[in-house]
Design a protein around this ligand. Structure first.
Ligand SMILES: NC(=O)C1=CN([C@@H]2O[C@H](COP(=O)(O)OP(=O)(O)OC[C@H]3O[C@@H](n4cnc5c(N)ncnc54)[C@H](O)[C@@H]3O)[C@@H](O)[C@H]2O)C=CC1
Ligand SMILES: O=C(O)CCC(=O)C(=O)O
Length: 525
């Protein structure tokens, strides 16, 4: 499929005034073609079409919408190697990683198709009428979840497939019955266009209204701002910087009709290394830490940016092993010159900090925009007295906090901001201490992991990829896994309405055959 640089508004290819080009971060070279910057007029057209498409798309039979999601996955597969080659050039990510990400993207779409057919996402609940109840009769009450309306999705730079044009936000919004308008990430516009054309092809094949999906490429904050401000948009999904996420939250909350923004922003993902684990296997853990930290040049919002442990010889052995591993880990290719610039600035600031010790630096990269890994250390007092030390440095940089005792460990944890993940590394002898620490971590994070590493998020039913602010702007939900659909739904209760005017899932004959809670008891169809 050809990349044209067009703005994809429903079924129409549009062109605009100014253009921009992608840059290959590994060579610094500009890539063809030029992409048209979407304008406020394009935002208006895309949102008008999305609003028009909404009632039809929302009310589709479940199986039809599920088949549409599966068809998007097939269209993405049909893009073949062109997609991988373009994504490699635009992101600097290696082939194997992108092939895996493509599989995950398709898997997410298919998983949401199965969720749709299964039906529990509607949470159908029926309280039958009790006409003879005294002193007052009870009306017939029937509740289900319905789609919010058109959703704006901001693709992430670090997952050009799985968190981008047809990534988790788009898949969950479409599954809910919400048309999607994507603001493409400017770092991978060609990859974005290819995937957008695949989604558009699936829309056409299913005979759906064209406004179910639009793709707006662009570099400016004004574009994203105009999209979030548009009255027809009813929710926003975003993965990116804290500044970007907060700017969108502000715009959304100041609208005449405020809307929810589900922004995944920043996290340092604390790892607590317990004494027996440090004593028994500190060196092995040090190596595994560096493997997780440097994976993908550290460009995961889940990467372990903070280790908290008791000072002493066992921690010294962990640090020495991590330093040795870091010394052997080549610099990693970063996604964009801007992200590399921010990484270098963050690392330089830590290296120059009076209370921070540099434990290890990885080898200097041979090419451009490469992340030279970095491990720092600080005392618990130093860490507690400068909040900057707890801020995310996006890339393969991490800090080890050396605590004098478990009370200091707890004090550090209590001072942490909200996190996507928190990890405990422990052996059996540590379990009593672990039981004290896990509740503190759970209070501050979306996922608490034992004896593993936070990078690598399973796409499944139980997964939570979310967490209290600033990990996300709304810690009640997740952007990965099937629960993500709930972000784009709201409950409606129908009172005393006859079958023929009710949505199918609420009717007496239960035509979709979904499980329902009737008078407080779960019933199968
Ligand atoms: N939490 C996470 O998972 C991630 C965090 N980041 C952080 O973000 C930094 C920059 O990376 P990007 O991916 O470019 O993120 P970004 O937040 O700068 O951009 C993400 C998207 O939001 C748009 N945007 C940003 N600020 C906006 C504003 N004020 N108004 C309207 N639209 C806006 C951009 O045009 C882009 O489409 C990284 O260095 C890293 O610190 C990046 C990727 C993932
Ligand atoms: O590792 C994952 O699957 C998710 C990571 C993520 O959300 C991110 O890095 O932005």
């Amino acid at each position: 499929m050809q990349i044209t640089g067009a703005i994809l508004v429903g079924a129409n290819d549009r062109t605009g005034g100014s253009t921009f080009q992608a840059v290959d971060p590994a060579s610094g070279e500009t890539l063809s073609p030029a992409f048209h910057e979407a304008s406020p007029t394009d935002v208006d057209a895309a949102c008008a079409l999305a609003a028009e498409a909404f009632p039809t798309f929302r009310d589709l039979a479940l199986d039809v919408r599920a088949a549409f999601l599966e068809s998007i996955a097939e269209e993405i597969a049909a893009l073949g190697d062109d997609l991988i080659v373009r994504a490699m050039a635009e992101s600097g990510l290696p082939r194997a990683r992108l092939e895996g990400e493509r599989g995950r993207t398709m898997g997410q779409l298919k998983l949401f198709a199965s969720v749709l057919r299964e039906g529990s996402w509607m949470d159908v609940t029926i309280d039958p009428a009790m006409p003879d109840r005294a002193p007052l009769p009870r009306p017939d009450l029937r509740r289900l979840n319905v789609a919010l309306g058109p959703v704006a999705v901001f693709g992430a730079s670090n997952f050009p497939l799985a968190f981008s044009v047809a990534g988790g936000d788009t898949a969950s919004a479409l599954a809910a019955g919400c048309p999607v308008v994507v603001k493409g990430h400017p770092a991978h516009p060609g990859t974005g266009e290819l995937v957008a054309r695949a989604v558009r092809a699936a829309v056409a094949k299913a005979g759906l209204p064209a406004g179910v999906f639009s793709y707006l490429p662009g570099t400016t904050n004004e574009l994203g701002g105009a999209l979030v401000a548009d009255a027809r948009i009813k929710a926003v999904g975003f993965t990116g910087s804290r500044g970007g996420g907060l700017a969108l939250v502000k715009i959304a909350s100041e609208r005449p009709e405020p809307i929810p923004v589900y922004a995944e922003m920043s996290s340092v993902n604390p790892v607590v290394l317990f004494p027996a684990a440090a004593r028994n296997r500190g060196a092995a853990l040090g190596e595994a830490y560096v493997a997780s930290l440097t994976q993908g040049a550290g460009q995961f919002c889940t990467n372990p940016g903070l280790v908290i442990a008791l000072e002493g010889s066992d921690l010294a052995a962990f640090e020495a092993s991590a330093a040795a591993a870091m010394g052997k880990t080549p610099a990693g290719q970063m996604l964009t010159p801007a992200i590399h610039g921010l990484y270098s600035k963050g690392v330089d600031a830590l290296a120059a900090h009076a209370a921070v010790e540099t434990v290890a630096r990885g080898p200097v990269g041979e090419g451009v925009n490469q992340a030279q890994g970095a491990i720092f250390a600080a005392s618990a007092d130093a860490f507690a007295s400068d909040p900057v030390l707890g801020h995310e440095v996006f890339g393969s940089s991490s800090i080890v906090v050396r605590a004098r005792d478990m009370d200091e460990v707890k004090r550090i944890i209590r001072g942490l901001e909200g996190q996507l993940t928190a990890t405990v590394l422990f052996d059996e002898e540590d379990e009593e201490l672990v039981a004290e620490i896990v509740p503190l971590l759970a209070e501050r994070s979306g996922r608490v992991l034992g004896n593993g590493w936070p990078t690598g998020v399973e796409v499944s039913h139980a997964m939570v990829h979310g967490g209290p602010f600033p990990a996300t702007s709304d810690g009640r939900t997740t952007s990965v896994g099937t629960l993500a659909i709930a972000r784009f739904l709201r409950p409606v209760c129908y009172q005393n309405l006859p079958d023929r005017v009710l949505p199918p899932a609420l009717r007496s004959d239960n035509p979709y055959g979904v499980a329902r809670r009737v008078d407080g008891t779960m019933t199968q169809a």
